[in-house]
Design a protein around this ligand. Sequence first.
Ligand code: ASP
Length: 439
Amino acid sequence: MKKVVKFGGSSLASAEQFKKVGKIIKSDEDRKYVVPSAPGKRFSADTKVTDMLYKCYNEAEAGTDFSATLKQIKERYNEIIKGLKLELSLDEEFVTIENQFKAKAGSDYAASRGEYLNGIIMANYLGYEFIDAATVIFFNKDGEFDAETTQEILSAKLANIERAVIPGFYGARPDGRVKTFSRGGSDVTGSIVARAVSADLYENWTDVSGFLVADPRIIKDPAVITTITYKELRELAYMGASVLHEDAIFPVRKAGIPINIKNTNKPEDAGTMIVESTCKQSAYTITGIAGKKGFVSLNIEKDMMNSEIGFGRKVLEAFERHNISFEHMPSGIDTLTVFVHQPEFEGKEQQVLADIHRLTQPDHIDIESDLALIAVVGRGMKAVKGTAGRIFAALAHANVNVKMIDQGSSELNIIIGVQNKDFEAAIKAIYDIFVTIQL
Ligand code: ASP
């Protein structure tokens, strides 16, 4: 078996955390390829090394003295090296970094040093080979990830190396300049490495024991999702649930490799398995609940709308002209409602309305703002009768007025629109009926 293990910033924030990680890796000899993030926060008011590097580079670029910030960064690493009692000095690396900052090597180069240096420490600590990601992960000249070239070079390189550390978050452009993924991008590197070595499993180690059924800021100690499909994950992530970088799914999904989200601070917890498909049913009919506030609905009325071919297209054209994407569009016989993001819509409201009038000559347009959308997601809903009934009974019981209902044709999710003020109560009611009470 071959496993690729990625550790997030909080798992590598201090020597103490490094020791936990070392133990985890050594306890399973299949954990052969390690992808570290940069050191994250040691406590909630702490600063991530990546943020310190961006700050430091801004100072360098502005021509101000950046030595104090660079010294702080160096201290973060030296604290880890000392705590691990390693015979390792990063002095020379820091001379190079200082010179590169002076030469204005770019903010991507600067940010990438967080993972680069942590990778050197990790390789030294584990006795694994260090591979600079700039030599194996590639972007094209437009700065887009080059999956083909990377797969070819990375898989050939790792075919001859049994155990290695490959820092996350960055790679190189064709001219050799460093380029990073977007924030949180070490998740993506882990996924790319897993594909390149045809791993049996991609373990993504973080500081929570997996995906939670609902947002812990709304539900106290929510249940953990034990198994989730990629499709379900996408639905929940789109609605704001986040643990994993969005782009981390694609490389492993292509290769049929499951992801296991694990907790470095509680390695005995099973965590969440993310899989393409499964015969395992969720424990609670639903897999998860997520939602977002801040939507506007435009309810458009026109007599005989139903027989007017092209009406929907014209309405959507009005939004397209102003570069506004729509979320949902439930329709009745002579009514059609469009849900859009409030912040995106507000500034362009009057122009959009004028265009809808010009393009469709409606009888009436009614606008309602401060709405929230909640997605109740679950592959199990298809096979179970009465799921919608339970949701709406629970919402009625909690005195929540439902503004909109939309069941996706895949029967994978039910989207519910409520007022912002009812958002938390609605999520709580749905969680309770499926998870707490399990009626
Ligand atoms: N260190 C980078 C960040 O803070 C990338 C990562 O941690 O995945 O965004």
